[in-house]
Design a protein. Structure first.
Length: 218
């Protein structure tokens, strides 16, 4: 019996990135989308945008072309994990507001990002099992984390990653710094403070120009 294979596409939720993915998806039997599992029954229904709410509405709209494809669609993100991630986004937004007024609480930024990273690790097993139980022979996945990929490989999947986006936003770099510290490398508060300032500018650009233009740096 041939190994099941899974290609994990690292992609940002921009139209340009999703168009790249759309052009590559024909060869797969199913697609695992990084949305909460409870969205799955609504993927091909009119109520999807209503269910998505403000947290996911942009992403759901970008995904629309995929919903008409002749392949199985699954949402693999644990619902509790998504709830915690959204709470962390709110907490970071509060810290960003404080930072805009000159109060940069580096330790709080680090704490919340650390908790988010730990949640990704904690829920990886549940999310991997969800994928394993539904996978066909040729599987595509959007933004599975490294731990999920390792679990799939240990369960006999042939796995590969394809990077369709450069994850170089200030928030991505903050997560990178916290990950480095988890593995024992010390990073000064000054470095964090500078990137937090860049993050504030990036969010201002999003508000002024829109997310896609801000990501492109236009």
């Amino acid at each position: 019996m041939p190994k099941k294979r899974l290609t994990n596409f690292r992609v940002m939720n921009t139209t340009e990135s999703m168009e790249k993915l759309f052009r590559m998806i024909d060869d797969f039997d199913c697609l695992f989308i990084d949305l909460p599992t409870n969205f799955e029954p609504y993927l091909r229904r009119e109520e999807l945008e209503e269910v998505a709410g403000v947290e996911y509405i942009q992403y759901v709209r970008i995904l629309k072309p995929f919903l008409n494809l002749n392949l199985k669609l699954y949402c693999y993100k644990d619902a509790e994990h998504c709830m915690l991630a959204n709470q962390n986004i709110i907490e970071l937004a509060k810290l960003m507001l404080k930072a805009k007024f000159g109060k940069i609480e580096v330790e709080e930024w680090k704490r919340i990002i650390y908790e988010d990273i730990e949640a990704y690790r904690h829920f990886a097993e549940y999310e991997a099992i969800y994928i394993i139980e539904r996978a066909k022979e040729r599987n595509a996945c959007i933004n599975a984390n490294e731990r999920i990929m390792n679990i799939l490989e240990s369960e006999g999947f042939s796995v590969e990653e394809v990077w369709l986006s450069r994850f170089n936003r200030p928030i991505d770099r903050l997560y990178e710094l916290v990950s480095m510290e988890i593995y024992g490398r010390k990073v000064s508060d000054c470095v964090y403070s500078e990137i937090i300032k860049e993050h504030i500018k990036f969010i201002d650009d999003v508000i002024e120009k829109g997310y896609e233009e801000a990501v492109r740096g236009e």
